[in-house]
Write a protein that binds this ligand. Structure first.
Ligand code: HEC
Length: 148
């Protein structure tokens, strides 16, 4: 799934002529990305709240998932690919939406960087790495996701 999304992202980034744009496919692809985000945030939140014992490998995987979404999510909103959940402001205020994407990308890239080869050393290190990323969810959803 992630490979397919990356390939779609690459096609867009390289400007390779695509077949007729399938808006429904964009909506589905970004929904899957956000569901992966939700799963990663769930694992992260479980550890942060002490409901799941801290595990560096789980922490590292969660941060990597968030980072993968951050890199390509912004490519899933071409003109016309609207949905019930996506605020019209994504298209009418594209600069504002792109700024939220950049915040998400910067936070998740920094978190991956900080987590090193084996994942954050302990829960405190994970908290410091993950919290700025999790803060970007709310910030973007408040402005650009309708049912929040
Ligand atoms: C840059 C903006 C942005 C950021 C950052 C962001 N989201 Fe979202 N999220 C959206 C939008 C827009 C939608 C609605 C998508 C649609 O219409 O396809 C959404 C939808 C969702 C959904 C519902 C998916 C579905 O299938 O309906 C979940 C779950 C979610 N986000 C979780 C998260 C989590 C967790 C984070 C942070 C780690 C996050 N999001 C960060 C913009 C964002």
């Amino acid at each position: 799934m992630r490979k397919a999304i990356l390939a779609a992202g690459l096609t867009l980034a390289l400007g390779v002529p695509a077949l007729a744009q399938d808006n429904e496919a964009f909506v589905e692809a970004r929904g899957a990305q956000m569901s992966a985000n939700g799963a990663a945030a769930g694992a992260a939140g479980g550890m942060l709240k002490g409901e799941i014992p801290y595990n560096a490998a789980v922490a590292k995987a969660a941060l990597a998932t968030l980072d993968a979404t951050a890199r390509t999510f912004g490519l899933m909103f071409p003109e016309g690919a609207t949905s019930d959940e996506a605020a019209p402001d994504i298209w009418s205020d594209r600069a504002g939406f792109d700024a939220e994407i950049v915040k998400f990308q910067e936070a998740s890239a920094a978190a991956v960087e900080a987590s090193g080869k084996d994942g954050p050393a302990d829960l405190d290190a994970f908290k410091a790495a993950a919290q700025p990323v999790l803060g970007t969810c709310k910030s973007c959803h408040e402005k650009y996701r309708l049912d929040d």
